[in-house]
Design a protein around this ligand. Structure first.
Ligand SMILES: NC(=O)N[C@@H](CC(=O)O)C(=O)O
Ligand SMILES: [Zn+2]
Ligand SMILES: [Zn+2]
Length: 425
């Protein structure tokens, strides 16, 4: 196993120091370290962060390997500074059995670029009728702890209650895609002034807020852990704020795109901007940013949702919702939060690792810590070119935009998965 001597790096914005990475851990931290035989990484001007952890990634395997595979998505993740991703269950077949979650887990190990932690479906086939085999998935080699029907809402309150109760036995968590389906039939974009003008059917904010309000009450009633996926409205933030003040065990995520983009993008009719939940308004963006800073929203999660060209480059109404996220998330976070490294580490690494229960991730680079870390060049600016992305899909909403920050290196258990901005395998 090669050792790596990272020279002159700023750990989370502190004064430059050296890091010696050996045997999978950060062996030493200090000035002017020497290590004969170690590969030297010149990290002058770079910032070291704990490896990023994504609680919400769509890898599309099994079933839509044309859009993404575990390997291509893992490579995109590593290039984005991630060392662990949680893979959503809306594959084909659905990850609703021990067999499928173990398959995804194994594919992740084989790719070896990030730790891939499968999420299990809450209901069989995501159909919202019968609970899936949550216990068998938890007991499997994949050790599933997060369950989600993401893409669909667990709309039946009795099923939601039972799922919340069931996962308590192994400290599991239900991650809800909060969308009251009766309020979003035929919805194409955020319901508001822009949808009225464009004549597109709206997805009202209350469809999200009503489910979050119900679910925090259910989680409170049964004393279980609830996680809310891709929070997108100011009203949802207020519901979460009140629930947290009461001590409800709820956590919440926001996506990079909901922190940056608004529903006016729909005026282009370019389906690259079609996503669930939809892009909202300036006031929502402002509330989400404030909540991310004050902690009502716990984490940034990408909701990386690759789609094949034929599913995206078509008429708006027929296009699949979803956007790429893994390779641009840190840049968007830097753009939105500025170089607040401790806050970025908290929202993109430590807290998601803790929510998912991923041991060895979300730990700051310090002597003895597992060497899961990423090196960022905060001064670099890059213009997003979809053709250069490692993802098999091209549906980034940031094409042509110039964003701050570049991932220079990522280490997974002491081995580089990215060096000089390029994947090592
Ligand atoms: N976000 C999306 O618009 N799409 C996701 C599903 C989801 O996250 O709800 C997908 O799987 O494509
Ligand atoms: Zn969703
Ligand atoms: Zn999703």
């Amino acid at each position: 196993m090669t050792a790596y001597l990272v020279k002159g790096v700023s750990v989370l914005g502190a004064a430059p120091t050296d890091l010696l990475i050996r045997d999978g851990v950060v062996a030493e931290v200090g000035a002017d370290l020497t290590a004969p035989g170690a590969t030297v990484v010149d990290a002058a001007g770079l910032v070291a962060l704990p490896g990023l952890v994504d609680l919400h990634t769509h890898l599309r395997e099994p079933g839509r390997e044309d859009a993404e595979t575990v390997e291509s998505g893992s490579r995109a993740a590593a290039l984005g500074g991630y060392t662990a991703v949680c893979a959503m269950a809306n594959t084909s077949p659905v990850a609703d059995t021990a067999g499928v979650v173990e398959q995804v887990w194994r594919l992740g190990r084989e790719a070896g670029l990030v730790d891939v932690q499968p999420i299990g479906a809450v209901t069989v086939g995501l159909a919202g009728q019968h609970l899936a085999e949550l216990g068998a998935m938890a007991d499997s080699a994949a050790r599933v702890r997060i369950f989600s029907d993401d893409g669909h809402c667990v709309a039946d309150p009795r099923l939601m209650r039972r799922a919340l109760e069931y996962v308590k036995a192994f400290d599991g968590i239900i991650a809800q895609h909060a969308e009251e389906p009766r309020l979003t039939e035929g919805a194409q974009m955020h319901e508001g002034e822009v949808s009225t003008r464009l004549g597109l059917t709206g997805w009202p904010a209350v469809a999200e807020e009503a489910i979050i309000a119900r679910d925090v009450l259910l989680a409170e009633h049964v004393g279980s852990r609830l996680h809310v996926c891709h929070v997108s409205t100011a009203g949802s933030v207020e519901v979460l704020r009140q629930a947290k003040a009461r001590g409800v065990r709820v956590t919440a995520e926001v996506t990079p795109h909901h922190l940056l983009l608004t529903d006016v993008r729909a005026e282009t009719y370019d389906p690259v901007y079609k996503v669930n939940p939809p892009l909202r308004t300036d006031a929502d963006v402002a509330a989400l940013r404030a909540a991310l800073t004050d902690g009502v929203i716990d984490i940034i999660a990408t909701d990386h949702a690759p789609h094949a060209v034929e599913d995206k480059e078509c008429e708006w109404a027929y296009a699949r919702p979803g956007m790429l996220g893994l390779e641009t998330a840190l840049s968007i976070a830097l753009d939105v939060l500025g170089p607040r490294w401790d806050l970025i580490a908290e929202r993109m690494s430590r807290t998601p690792a803790r929510i998912a229960g991923l041991d060895g991730h979300g730990v700051d680079p310090a002597p003895g810590a597992p060497a899961n870390l990423t090196l960022v060049d905060p001064a670099a600016r890059r213009t997003v070119d979809p053709a250069e992305l490692a993802s098999r899909s091209r549906n980034t909403p940031y094409a042509g935009m110039t964003l701050p920050g570049r991932i220079v290196a990522t280490f997974l258990r002491g081995e580089p998965t990215v060096l000089d901005g390029k994947a090592t395998k």
